[in-house]
Design a protein around this ligand. Structure first.
Ligand code: NAD
Ligand code: COI
Length: 332
């Protein structure tokens, strides 16, 4: 049997080798190129493919794989929104993803950035770099003095809650599907409005759906406490960026953490040095002392990347051997 992997980065190569060494009966080949209708031919002779990309898996791309006799595809990430599922179903594709590879990676990043905003470390770094070593007016807020409102208490939200409690914060949460254990412990408020009214820090840990598009908007921000901190390490589409900018300008929002941005595709994970930066609004946010931008790197740890690679290969190996994969995706 043979598995072909697309868009393998340098930092993934050791884990591909690790999996391959542990599975001598499976031939493994890979390329750094993305999967497109043209590159699909590279997988010729393989029984399945392992993939990750933000680029769409279009009908043409899926057809090109099917033309090579390949209909077993394993994603190294969670999101499946960029797959043409109608075509995948028509062609009889079996698809898997890796829904949980390291909730700690994302939760830890969100927690670090929350603490940094509260202690104004970006302002301090800028001052120090300019030779201004005075304390005032850069006074910090202690995490233990904050009520932290967590929206979405799934895998990542729960770890973020634990970390913030470790700092001594009071943690409250909202999720339409309440976790019974957390409910027993009294974390949940009754509505998002309750959470907005009580929280000093609001952190999003929900998937982007049609229903929650721009859930953080002018209306919801107006319901929040003055000097609120908003943390989005989830999905850009959850936040109306213009509304947040207004809140930052008016002083309503104390600080904003963004690891995701609604227009990030084609901008994040690219090198813009020496080139014209393509998004004025994002540049304005990057330049603000009370905004922490990271280019969707919350997930990007050695632990997470290793799990993404190993679990995707495990899944694909099961598929090509006619077994039930651990985390199949609903096709169609
Ligand atoms: P999960 O499925 O375990 O948990 C999501 C939770 O959100 C569920 O409990 C669900 O009931 C809840 N939810 C759904 N809609 C909601 C709403 N409108 N209000 C409140 N709660 C709602 O997912 P997870 O593994 O914790 O991941 C959460 C999100 O983090 C993912 O959907 C993804 O968007 C994002 N993510 C970001 C990165 C990154 O690198 N920045 C990496 C992985 C995942
Ligand atoms: C996800 O897995 O959904 C992420 O957000 C991380 C991805 C960019 C690899």
């Amino acid at each position: 049997k043979k598995i072909f992997a697309f868009s393998i980065r340098k930092d993934e190569e050791p884990y591909v080798k690790e999996w391959s060494d542990e599975h001598p009966n499976v031939e493994v080949e890979y390329t750094s190129e993305l999967l497109t209708p043209e590159t699909a031919k590279k997988a010729k002779g393989a029984d399945g493919v392992v993939v990750y990309q933000q680029l769409d898996y279009t009908a043409d791309t899926l057809q090109a794989l099917a033309d090579e006799g390949i209909t077993k595809m394993s994603l190294r990430n969670v999101g499946v929104d960029n797959i043409d599922m109608t075509k995948a179903k028509e062609l009889g594709f079996e698809i898997t993803n890796v829904p949980v590879y390291s909730p700690n990676a994302i939760a830890e990043h969100a927690a670090i950035q929350t603490a940094r905003i509260l202690r104004q470390t970006k302002v301090l770094d800028e001052k120090i770099a300019n030779g201004d070593l005075r304390w005032a007016p850069t006074i910090g807020r202690e995490v233990r003095d904050q009520t932290v409102g967590v929206i979405g208490t799934g895998h990542i939200g729960q770890v973020y809650m634990q970390i913030m409690e470790g700092f001594g914060a009071k943690v409250i949460a909202y999720d339409p599907f309440e976790n019974p254990e957390l409910k027993k412990q009294g974390y949940y408020v009754d509505s998002l409005d309750d959470l907005y009214a009580q929280a000093d820090v609001i952190s999003l840990h929900v998937p982007a759906t049609k229903e929650n598009f721009h859930m953080i908007n002018r209306e919801s921000i107006a319901k929040m406490k003055d000097n609120v901190v908003i943390v989005n390490c989830s999905r850009g589409a959850l936040v109306d960026t213009d509304a947040v900018i207004e809140g930052l300008d008016s002083g309503k929002i104390f600080g904003f953490v963004m690891d995701t941005y609604e227009d990030e595709v084609g901008i994040f994970n690219e090198d813009w040095r020496g080139k014209e930066f393509p998004d004025k609004r994002l540049k304005d946010l990057i330049d603000r002392s009370n905004v922490l931008v990271t280019p969707h790197t919350a997930f990007y740890t050695t632990h997470a990347v290793r799990n993404m690679v190993l679990k995707a290969f495990d899944n694909n190996c099961k598929l090509i051997n006619g077994q039930k994969a651990d985390t199949p995706v609903k096709v169609g």
